[in-house]
Ligand binder design. Structure first.
Ligand code: CDP
Length: 201
């Protein structure tokens, strides 16, 4: 039987960490939908057309190195405003959501557009400063040479683009449980997410 959990929220809000913990707890499969847009963005940086890249995307493309860089994140949010690109990625995401055994999809429009019938919808957020601090730490630990002000500007630019686009803008679904992790430990945020899922099972 399928059971779909939609986890949406802005850049670096902790969706990945929460998704992985929920998946480990319930034994579900996980799709980080941001990777789809990152993979398309990377191909555009490499010279390919965005729509052709989205139409030709394969599961293996999500495994390639270098998808987690700030440049690819910006390219991802640029291709993500294109309606045709988004449309080309819908079937893959819906098929994943419908798989037997349960699925967690995290992204920006899962609860609103991709899986409006999801069994559980979470909207994970935090202040831009807290998100930028977390992303700055992640990038530094991964060996990227960057600074907090640059990361904060990147987060804010993507927030603005993701929230302001005409198609599938970043917005909490009406029936989403909002988890603001600004002042929460990882353990508390994970517990809140697992509790919300448990309440719907
Ligand atoms: O990891 P982070 O939260 O920084 O970003 P991501 O989830 O990897 O997403 C990268 C970009 O892809 C976002 O800034 C969005 O523009 C876009 N995206 C989207 O439009 N819809 C999704 N379902 C997932 C990502």
């Amino acid at each position: 039987m399928s059971f779909t959990i939609a986890i949406d929220g802005p850049a670096a809000a902790g969706k990945g960490t929460i998704s992985k913990a929920v998946v480990a707890h319930f034994g579900f499969a996980h799709l980080d939908t941001g990777l789809l847009y990152r993979a398309v963005g990377k191909r555009v940086i490499d010279g390919e057309d965005a729509l052709a890249a989205a139409q030709g995307l394969m599961a293996e493309d999500l495994e390639v190195d270098g998808l987690r860089t700030p440049a690819v994140a910006q390219a991802a949010s640029r291709v993500a405003v294109e309606t045709d690109v988004r449309t080309a990625l819908v079937d893959f995401q819906r098929a994943f959501a419908a798989r037997a055994g349960g699925a967690v999809l995290d992204g920006r429009d899962i609860g609103t557009v991709i899986c409006p019938e999801a069994d559980v919808k979470l909207f994970v957020t935090a202040s831009p400063e807290v998100r930028a601090e977390r992303r700055y730490r992640e990038l530094s630990e991964a060996g990227h040479n960057t600074d907090f002000a640059t990361v904060l500007a990147d987060v804010k630019a993507r927030d603005e683009r993701d929230q302001g686009r005409a198609v599938a803008p970043l917005i909490p679904a009406e029936d989403a449980v909002v988890i603001d992790t600004s002042h929460m430990s990882i353990a508390d945020a994970v517990a809140a997410a697992i509790g919300a899922v448990q309440a719907r099972r």
